[in-house]
Design a protein around this ligand. Structure first.
Ligand code: SF4
Ligand code: SF4
Length: 233
């Protein structure tokens, strides 16, 4: 997340981030939370991922070449954008609640069998709980302009920021979305490659795990913030 986004964040987004900060600082762990946390920790490993223990299933130096891309990864039901908690908060703050929906596209078993990453998303906790961005009749994202630009680039959702990278938690692997075929080769350990890898891991911990913990353990606090009406709980 950019510094300017922090400065411009609205009330609900700030409250969600504050809740997570309180969790990290351990000031929020009341007795009932302790019990719920214990149960959750039995199911999932929430320790921050160590990049050296993970496999990157693409060359070290590969980075997306969005400036020269001949595709549009903001189009098609398979590229439906699944929001995170903080995305929902930001959208509510900005009055964009008509741009997302809890009604998800349905994919055939054949399609899911051919697209393991899509299948993993559809089977996930996040897919069940969080809304997706609406698409227009031509299956382009609701925020895509007729010139092919993202009209909310500075505030685009988390998943758009990390595409084409995906974390496969069970495999401890970072994959590359097959749709993204426009790549450039950077130098090994170049600042760009490092920054992108850092972004993937940072996002993984602060958004994906944060969502799971806040939604499952701190539901009353989220209700008080007023965000739960936008989620499928
Ligand atoms: S397909 Fe890849 S290179 Fe093209 S815009 Fe999307 S992320 Fe960038
Ligand atoms: S929010 Fe922006 S980047 Fe994300 S899919 Fe829509 S147009 Fe593309």
């Amino acid at each position: 997340m950019s510094f300017s986004r922090v400065l411009q964040s609205g009330l609900m987004e700030r409250e969600v981030r504050s809740l997570w900060r309180q969790y990290e600082e351990r000031s929020l762990r009341k007795l009932r939370h302790g019990w719920r946390l214990w149960k959750l920790h039995r199911e999932f490993d929430f320790s921050p991922p160590n990049p050296t223990e993970w496999s990157f299933l693409f060359p070290d130096t590969q980075i997306p070449d969005c400036a020269n891309c001949g595709d549009n990864c903001c189009q098609g039901p398979h590229n439906t954008v699944l929001l995170r908690l903080v995305d929902v908060a930001l959208f509510v703050d900005r009055g964009w609640t008509d741009r997302f929906t809890l009604e998800k596209p349905i994919f055939s078993p054949e399609t899911l069998a051919q697209k393991p990453m899509l299948q993993a998303m559809v089977n996930s906790f996040h897919w069940r709980v969080f809304p997706v961005l609406k698409q227009k009749e031509d299956s382009t994202c609701t925020f895509l302009s007729s010139c092919g630009d993202c009209t909310i680039h500075q505030h685009r959702p988390w998943i758009c920021r990390v595409f084409p990278y995906t974390l496969e938690m069970e495999k401890k692997a970072v994959s590359w979305a097959p749709r993204c075929r426009w790549t450039v080769e950077g130098e090994v350990d170049s600042p760009v490659s490092k920054e992108l890898r850092h972004a993937v891991f940072h996002s993984f911990y602060t958004e994906k795990i944060c969502d799971m913990i806040l939604v499952q353990v701190y539901r009353e606090e989220l209700e008080a913030i007023g965000i739960t009406k936008w989620l499928n709980l």
